[in-house]
Design a protein around this ligand. Structure first.
Ligand code: NAP
Length: 351
């Protein structure tokens, strides 16, 4: 492959269509497995497909594993990245560094053979899949043989030596959630976490409880209070109250949250993987409160118009998956509660 004349630290030199755009916004990337001087070439071992994307793929493929596999291959072949055209979301990968580009050598604490997890979305990561080796439906993890390119601007993390890869991958995938919650919560506040028994939801609850302290209140919303994750939240006192509700049923959710948090939430954290939960999230926030939409199934239009229609003066925050040191904060959050660490091991460790 010819080396592009101008290499961009954000990777725009890899964009094939439409030229001139950034990789995330692009339709198609060049995924040629060659490390240009400002790139890192990795051998990919596994993809952690974003939860909203995986839920969509499962629904569209009628839960047929072979059909999901074919759809993933088709998307990557067509776009040069795992960028689900329906949900617009990606995920991240874990793999081994094959080559660090010449301009980066000696400037990064990274060498060929290091095992890392990407901390940037698969929606902007040039990716080639040679073979899918297996799909774990429970964890949305896809074992592959393939290659990926990380740009100069990309974030990545070395895999911790004292943690199972699958657990690290699960935590890194949603690292932005606990890191943002740590910044958004204050002592004594009431925080409602919707989708509390999922990966990001559970870490958000742990971090929220840490921040609001004994004077504050954390309410977890789950679709089924009998689920293992939901029971853990209650039994390990990670939440002060558990609410069972389908978050798409806004009025029911509002009623049930108000019953346990009369003044409603200072902060609502939305961690679900389904569409249609914007109205419920907005109703759970107090006047002047904040809503952090971490969910990739969030519609900006629905959120903005619903808040306007309800006459609700709330601040809504787009779920930026990045915050400084987010991987570190997420790992520390996991380790705050041995029961949660054990649960993550039982659910997400590599089988
Ligand atoms: P996850 O582990 O699959 O958790 C999703 C949770 O939502 C589950 O606990 C699920 O409960 C719950 N849920 C589903 N439908 C619900 C409903 N109708 N009412 C109430 N709860 C419901 O997902 P995750 O990995 O934590 O990801 C959560 C969201 O964050 C996804 O939308 C994902 O795309 C997004 N995300 C965003 C970023 C970012 O940078 N902003 C990064 C990664 C992921 P059950 O399991 O019991 O059904």
């Amino acid at each position: 492959m010819m080396t592009p004349t101008k290499l961009c630290r954000f990777g725009s030199h890899r964009v094939l269509e439409p030229t001139g755009s950034l990789p995330q916004a692009a339709w198609r990337l060049d995924a040629m497995p060659v490390a240009h001087e400002n790139e890192i070439l990795c051998d990919v071992e596994a993809l952690c497909i974003d939860s909203a994307s995986f839920a969509q793929l499962r629904a569209a493929c009628g839960d047929d594993l072979r059909a999901i596999e074919e759809r993933i291959l088709e998307i990557v072949q067509e776009r040069g990245k795992m960028h689900n055209p329906v949900t617009g979301s990606g995920g991240m990968f874990v793999g081994m560094v094959r080559e660090v580009g010449t301009a980066l050598r000696g400037h990064l604490p990274l060498r060929g053979g290091d095992r890392i997890a990407s901390l940037v979305s698969l929606t902007l990561t040039p990716l080639r899949i040679e073979e899918i080796l297996g799909i774990d439906v429970r964890t949305a993890r896809v074992r592959v043989r393939g290659t990926a390119i990380l740009f100069e601007s990309a974030a990545w993390a070395a895999l911790p030596s004292d943690l199972d890869d699958g657990v690290a991958l699960a935590v890194f995938d949603v690292a932005g959630a606990p890191a943002q919650v740590a910044r958004l919560c204050e002592s004594g506040q009431t925080v409602v976490v919707i989708g509390a028994d999922g990966k990001s939801g559970m870490l958000a609850c742990v971090q929220a409880k840490q921040q609001v302290g004994s004077e504050g209140r954390v309410v977890g919303v789950v679709p089924d209070a009998r689920s293992r994750g939901a029971r853990l939240l209650k039994e390990a006192a990670i939440v002060d109250a558990l609410v069972e509700a389908d978050a798409r049923d806004a009025l029911l959710l509002h009623r049930r949250v108000e019953a346990v948090a009369a003044g409603l939430a200072d902060l609502v954290v939305n961690c679900v993987n389904v569409a249609g939960t914007e109205p419920g999230s907005i109703l759970c926030a107090r006047e002047g409160g904040r809503i952090y939409f971490f969910s990739m199934a969030t519609s900006f239009t629905a959120a903005a118009l619903c808040a306007e229609g309800l006459g609700k003066d709330v601040t809504m925050i787009v779920g930026n998956g990045y915050a400084p040191n987010h991987a570190q904060v997420a790992l520390e959050t996991l380790r705050l509660r041995p029961a949660v660490l054990q649960y993550f091991h039982e659910v997400y460790a590599r089988s």
